[in-house]
Design a binder for this molecule. Structure first.
Ligand code: 26V
Length: 807
């Protein structure tokens, strides 16, 4: 298509000098914030800078939207209950290429831009991997010029804040919207009514849903700008408003609580992010949140489609909808409902249209995290959808007469959201090679047989703009000095570093870059925790949600074994280590909380042991979040990815460490398998049972007892914990925990202990050989190109969405 030159012409000039930007900042400080430079606080300056930067995004944003309309591009709609964005200011500034100009402008106002950057609270609208992946995908879609909208919920409170009291996790509400959030635009005109409960009535032969509760979903748009500002997409988050402000009639009748019901529902709906990604609980409010997001998104999608088209049969040609896990899986029935009940299309045709639009990504195999709703709850909250789900299920049963009787969407009075999402999608994907294989073999074996080719793999990735360019300036600078610029959007080019790895001069600078990050982290640890750590020590880091399957317990047990060994020979040639932990436990997950307490208790003892001193420290800063990851990962020497094989769907932190030159100690799980493949066995510390061996080992009811009896170091460690060495004020604090390792060790901590201990010994040996270590570290960076989320998104675009770049 011929490009209209006007579309590409920016209204304002993006090429900026510090003086132009300075004028803009001052204008915003004065007229938007209403402050005088003489008494502006860091917050005021951050607001002024953020608005000045935001102005620069609006241009590519409008241009992108105009071009999408003018060229009638197919659009991607990414539906996700979580977007774990983190801070926005620095990311946007870097993608616009304004970091130096902005720093210079702020310096002239006497402000250190770093202070402003760190003043911004994280947008923490997610729990962990799944939400952070959605944020990386948004950035990559913008970078690649893939016309896309992210749809989510504008939670008033993001993931809780974590504190430690006596080593125990204490949660407090997160409050990111207390201050002005300068990145969004409220769109009160983009509002939809969302219904719940009520009855189905038959009117003129047609079924009509008459909800008894309603709320309004109101849009808030955040532009997401890609690398070099060439394209920008929209993250549209919905907040809830009451349909009727107040029911005066009911109030006058004395029914005060009922009068306030619409307001109460609206106030609770988007109030808080569910913080438990471990165990699924059939909570009605969660189902309402899921429907709220999904219905608002689908109404918005159809409205936009009908602005320029009239035949809804053509929807799949113009619209691709991705369901991020089953959380928005109500999209299948809701799309059918809108097409049939509101637009008069027949059921079979509506089902065909819906399935051609929808794709489903599975992110977990853990049975306890799989969503299924009691038909009672589901039918009560969404009575019309219950009918449609049953109709989909019986259609599928008839269409596939070979379907075994035990397979289906509605079974044992439950609606299984995985099966629903599968049947309503044209493509189902796992998030790493191993995981996708297990999705076929163990999660949906029968559906896979009935629909061969529907399940595909899309190995996760992370955005190198945030996780390398922004988070690790020293290394990013070295990369650009060595291979030139352009790698940021073409990460396979990091391979060009490989020949330099043999160059001692290059290794020296690589080492210096890592050290600079480590010194900075050491200073931060001192300031935050009051613990001194040496930047010459090996920084060994495990940061992720606390889960039994991720095995932070294995890590801390091995830490104790190591401590025990060092104490027995304090003059030995030990590699000094700092074992760093970070992560939150779901508030109701007692076992995970016990592990947190143990790590902190062990840290107390080890960090105050004069015999081991600088040789071993245990550091666990509270409230791990995206910003903390950006600080820790570039300063890491060793990446801990030690989940029980078969349990971690992919992992994405593992990729960030690799990019930042930290070799992995890990099991053959999730994307570790592909990291090992890319980096080579010489540059990866592999240990532990494979997924198949795990399954076999579990058949022996005494596997943990046998493993412990065969391992003196593990016996000693468990003995020390059981005796109260780390809880002298309450010696039996960990009796339960020790008992579980002996007798109920589902995640095979004991079975993998010796192999992990040995692999840690390998790490020490490799670290002592400076040249060997630096080569390993640099090769990890050089071979990490595959893990750019640009590669992942290109693959979704061609294999699932059939969307072309608009650039
Ligand atoms: C589950 C649930 C259950 C219902 C209540 C709310 C809720 C919220 C979150 C989740 C977790 C979904 C699974 C998840 O986060 N999976 C992670 O996805 C990452 C991105 O694909 C992947 O790297 C991690 O290995 C995987 O654990």
């Amino acid at each position: 298509m011929e490009r209209n030159a006007l579309l590409d012409k920016p209204v304002t000039d993006l090429s900026l000098t510090p003086n132009v930007l300075k004028a803009d900042i001052l204008r915003h400080l004065t007229f938007t914030i209403g402050k005088d430079a003489a008494n502006a606080s860091v917050y005021d300056w951050r607001m002024a800078l953020s608005f000045a930067i935001r102005d620069r995004i609006v241009e590519p944003w409008f241009a992108s939207t105009r071009r999408t309309w003018a060229e009638d591009h197919k659009r991607v709609y990414y539906l996700s209950m979580e977007f774990l964005i983190g801070r926005i200011l620095e990311d946007a500034t870097i993608n616009l290429g304004l970091q130096d100009v902005a720093a210079a402008a702020m310096a002239e106002f006497g402000q250190d831009i770093q202070d402003l950057i760190e003043d911004e609270p994280d947008a923490a609208l997610g729990n962990g991997g799944l939400g952070r992946l959605a944020a990386c995908f948004m950035e990559s879609m913008a970078t690649l010029g893939c016309p896309a909208y992210g749809y989510g919920i504008r939670y008033e409170h993001g993931l809780f804040r974590q504190r430690f009291e006596g080593g125990r996790q204490v949660e407090t509400p997160e409050d990111w919207l207390k201050q002005t959030h300068p990145w969004e635009f409220a769109r009160p005109e983009a509002a939809y009514t969302i219904g719940f409960k009520g009855q189905i009535e038959t009117r003129a032969g047609a079924e009509v849903w008459v909800p008894s509760e309603t709320v309004i979903a109101e849009a808030h748009d955040t532009p997401v700008v890609g690398w070099q500002g060439k394209w920008a997409n929209t993250l549209r988050l919905w907040s809830a408003k009451p349909t009727t402000q107040f029911d005066l009639e009911r109030f006058n009748r004395g029914d005060y609580t009922a009068a306030a019901e619409p307001e109460t529902l609206a106030r609770t709906l988007a109030r808080v992010l569910y913080p438990d990604d471990t165990t699924y609980q059939g909570k009605e409010l969660r189902l309402k949140q899921e429907f709220f997001l999904t219905s608002a998104a689908l109404q918005d999608i159809i409205r936009r489609f009908l602005t320029s088209h009239s035949d809804l049969k053509l929807l799949p040609k113009h619209v691709a909808i991705q369901m991020n896990d089953t959380h928005p899986a109500i999209a299948g029935p809701e799309l059918i409902r809108l097409l049939t009940d509101d637009h008069g299309i027949g059921f079979d045709e509506a089902l065909t249209i819906a399935r051609a639009c929808l794709g489903y990504t599975n992110h977990t195999l853990l049975p306890e995290a799989l969503e299924r709703w009691a038909t009672f709850t589901f039918g009560n909250v969404l009575p019309r959808h219950m009918q449609i789900v049953e109709r989909i299920d019986s259609w599928h049963r008839r269409a596939y007469p070979n379907r075994p009787h035990y397979v289906g969407i509605v079974k044992h009075q439950e609606v299984r959201m995985g099966e629903l999402a599968f049947i309503m999608s044209h493509k189902v994907n796992g998030v790493s090679a191993l995981h996708s294989d297990l999705v076929k073999k163990s999660l949906f074996p029968e559906l896979h047989r009935l629909h061969p080719g529907r399940i595909i793999n899309q190995t996760n990735g992370v955005t190198p703009r945030r996780w390398l360019k922004m988070a690790n300036r020293p290394l990013a600078g070295l990369i650009t000095d060595t291979i030139g610029s352009g790698w940021e959007a073409d990460l396979d080019r990091l391979r060009e570093l490989e020949p330099h790895v043999e160059d001692a001069g290059f290794r020296k600078v690589f080492d210096a870059a890592k050290r600079e990050n480590k010194v900075e982290l050491a200073n931060w640890v001192k300031a935050e925790l009051g613990v001194s750590v040496s930047p010459d020590a090996l920084f060994d880091v495990q940061i992720k949600r606390i889960h039994e399957y991720k095995r932070q317990l294995l890590n801390i047990l091995e830490t104790i074994a190591h401590w025990h060994k060092v104490r027995s020979d304090p003059k030995g040639n030990w590699v000094p280590r700092v074992r760093i932990f970070g992560g939150k436990a779901a508030p109701g997950y007692a076992v995970a909380k016990e592990i947190i307490r143990l790590i902190n208790d062990v840290g107390q003892v080890i960090n105050n042991d004069p015999q081991t001193g600088d040789l071993l420290k245990v550091i666990y800063p509270a409230n791990y979040n995206v910003s903390m990851a950006e600080r820790l990962i570039p300063a890491s020497d060793l990446s801990e990815q030690i989940s029980t094989a078969g349990k971690e769907a992919s992992g994405t932190g593992n990729m960030k460490f690799m990019m930042n030159g930290a070799p992995t100690i890990g099991t053959l799980d999730g994307a570790n398998v592909e990291i090992l493949h890319e980096v080579g066995a010489d540059n990866f510390f592999l240990f532990g049972l494979t997924a198949d061996e795990v399954a076999l080992r579990r058949e022996d009811p005494d596997h943990s007892k046998k493993a412990i009896e065969a391992s003196q170091p593990l016996q000693d460690v468990l003995q020390m914990i059981a005796e109260g060495r780390f809880s002298p004020d309450e010696p039996d604090r960990y009796h339960g925990l020790v008992h579980r390792v002996w007798h109920h060790d589902y995640f095979l901590v004991a079975a993998d202990f010796d192999a992990y201990h040995a692999a840690q010994g390998e790490v020490d040996r490799a670290y002592r050989d400076r040249d060997r270590w630096l080569k390993m570290a640099a090769l990890n960076t050089a071979r990490s190109g595959f893990f750019s989320s640009d590669r992942t998104i290109r693959s979704y675009m061609s294999e699932i969405w059939s969307v072309k770049s608009a650039l």
